[in-house]
Ligand binder design. Structure first.
Ligand code: FDA
Length: 533
């Protein structure tokens, strides 16, 4: 009898231990204990740790969940969130995560389209750089040291405080984090004039899996090359970037011209495909397409909106457009002059708002749903009218009522920067990039699959008309449909499926860098670069 009681007791102890392990209690407690032992300033590290019991845990976690698809009760949540305020906090978190078998997900602005900076299928810790966001602008030397947790809006604002004729070649959307943006390449209003964000980085501060703090000199040119476009979350944590600032005129011009199919939009897009990439480097021409109800008869049609920034005045722009693209009929009324920083507000549809809105990290774009699925393509040959009509017909599907497809012209300096200058390989030979965005509202999230299926159908439909072998994709427009690492062991062959789409021939060099800096593959996620085993 006694031995039965003893066995029952033993069994219940084992069950309790297993249960607490499966609920994450054990690794979390060991991890927390490790953090306080490891950190030489335990009083400050305790202020930046959020466990699930902390009343601020959800607020901190949700603060930069941009794609609300990944904010449901079923979404796996981190055991702990750490928001380091000192480099020693990063070191302690890396050391203790390694020691206790927890994965790290690094988050700067939280814009990852697949939520990889705050979602993982294994026990994990989020390192959120919200407290690492100083921006130090040196106008005299045309440089800025920017901590990776700053958002682009903070960078633009701090530059504009000191100069209205200097800028950074960053993206349009102001709440994007500098950490992820540059890690994946970085494309924006100035990219045809000055290249990607990564092309405009001249130094970095970085922490590796052994807690070493490295700069460009101490990390070496291979790693410095890899972190400027090889995708975030693969090599270590970028703490700060030293950015090269670029000159912009005091007055720039923004324009937008919209035409429906009935107003000749198809012919205009066909013409735009021919000349968009040849327009001056001072422009970033794009065409956004979406379905609308016609004002004449209420039937569905497609509205194509042609827009661009121009680094110059209206008087300089109009003759260029008259000569190169007269069919568009661009008039003075379609154009607005402003400063470069104001153009960021314009393209965020925030005209008339104070510049301070650019500092708002939690601001959400009022346009479109906050639940979305994104894909990308590159186009090397103009698409035929028949193919375009097929695309329009799909844009008129019921699931696409809030979808938007944007053609973004390439050319300019992108044709002159070699493909291997940084890991971002989409340079000469591209007419334009396609951005596919299907989005929906909270009340329709139960039907999310139908929207995701729609985006897959459109992507399949476009296969014959876009780049091939590989079918190129933009790493910052993360899309797990094109492939994913296994949860456990990664494979070079498997990763090259999407790796070659994102990085083309640069993928092999990224694998070599990864093998050297992180051979044990500590920094990993569904689309991280694998080491060679
Ligand atoms: P987030 O914090 O989610 O990180 C993205 C990835 O980088 C993750 O894998 C993460 O782990 C890793 N990472 C983040 N910080 C890191 C660090 N400090 N060190 C190492 N790894 C780090 N892109 C573009 O080029 N031009 C554009 O105009 C836009 N516009 C745009 C609008 C909107 C609304 C969204 C949601 C996204 C874009 N993007 C974009 C895409 C965007 O550039 C891309 O998602 C970036 O990776 C976002 O960087 P965050 O730091 O915000 O994301």
């Amino acid at each position: 009898m006694k031995s039965l009681q003893f066995s029952m007791l033993l069994l219940s102890l084992v069950l309790a231990a297993l249960l607490s392990f499966s609920m994450g209690a054990l690794p979390q407690e060991d991890f927390l204990q490790c953090l306080s032992l490891r950190s030489n300033d335990s009083s400050t590290i305790s202020n930046v740790i959020y466990t699930r019991n902390n009343p601020s845990y959800s607020t901190v976690l949700e603060s930069t969940v941009r794609n609300l698809r990944f904010n449901s009760t079923n979404t796996p949540k981190p055991l702990v969130i750490v928001t380091p305020s000192r480099t020693s906090h990063f070191q302690a978190t890396i050391y203790c995560s390694r020691k206790h078998g927890l994965q790290i997900r690094t988050r700067s602005g939280g814009h990852d389209y697949e939520g990889l900076s705050y979602v993982a299928k294994v026990p994990f810790v989020v390192v959120d750089l919200v407290n690492f966001r100083s921006v130090d602008v040196d106008v005299e030397n045309g440089v800025a040291w920017v901590q990776a947790g700053a958002i682009l809006g903070e960078v633009y604002y701090r530059i504009a405080e000191k100069s209205r004729t200097l800028a950074f070649a960053g993206g349009v959307f102001h709440s994007i984090g500098v950490g992820g943006y540059i890690s994946g390449g970085g494309f924006g209003l100035l990219f045809r004039k000055y290249g990607t964000g990564g092309d405009n980085v001249i130094d970095a501060q970085f922490i590796d899996g052994n807690g070493r703090i490295l700069d460009r000199k101490s990390m070496g040119e291979d790693l410095f090359w890899a972190i400027r476009g090889g995708g975030g979350g693969s090599f270590g944590i970028v703490l700060a970037w030293k950015l090269k600032l670029v000159p912009v005129p005091a007055t720039v011009t923004a324009f937008s011209v919209s035409r429906t199919l009935e107003q000749n939009a198809t012919q205009l897009i066909l013409r735009w495909q021919e000349i968009g990439h040849q327009l001056p480097d001072e422009m970033n021409p794009d065409v956004s397409m979406f379905s609308v109800n016609s004002t004449q008869d209420g039937r569905k049609t497609i509205l194509a909106s042609f827009s661009s920034l121009f680094l110059g005045t209206i008087d300089e722009l109009l003759p260029i457009m008259q000569q190169r693209f007269p069919e568009l009929g661009l008039s003075r009324q379609d154009c607005s002059e402003m400063s470069w920083i104001e153009s960021i507000l314009y393209f965020n549809q925030l005209q008339n708002q104070p510049l301070e809105i650019l500092l708002n990290r939690t601001f959400r774009n009022p346009v479109g749903g906050q639940y979305y699925k994104i894909k990308s393509d590159y186009v090397k040959e103009p698409i035929s009218e028949t193919a375009l009509n097929g695309l329009f017909s799909r844009l008129s599907d019921e699931e696409a009522s809030s979808a938007i497809i944007i053609f973004m012209a390439y050319g300019g300096i992108m044709d002159r920067i070699p493909e291997d200058a940084t890991p971002f390989p989409h340079r000469a030979g591209n007419l334009y990039k396609i951005y596919y965005n299907v989005n929906w509202q909270e009340q329709d999230n139960v039907n999310s699959q139908k929207y995701i299926d729609w985006s897959r159908r459109v992507y399949n439909y476009m296969t014959p008309f876009v780049s091939k072998s590989p079918r190129e994709a933009y790493a910052n427009y993360r899309d797990l449909d094109i492939g994913s690492n296994n949860v456990g062991i990664t494979s070079y062959t498997q990763a090259s499926i999407w790796g070659c789409k994102y990085f083309k021939n640069n993928f092999d060099r990224l694998v070599q860098v990864k093998t050297k800096i992180d051979p044990e593959n500590f920094f990993k996620h569904e689309q991280s670069i694998p080491p060679l085993h």
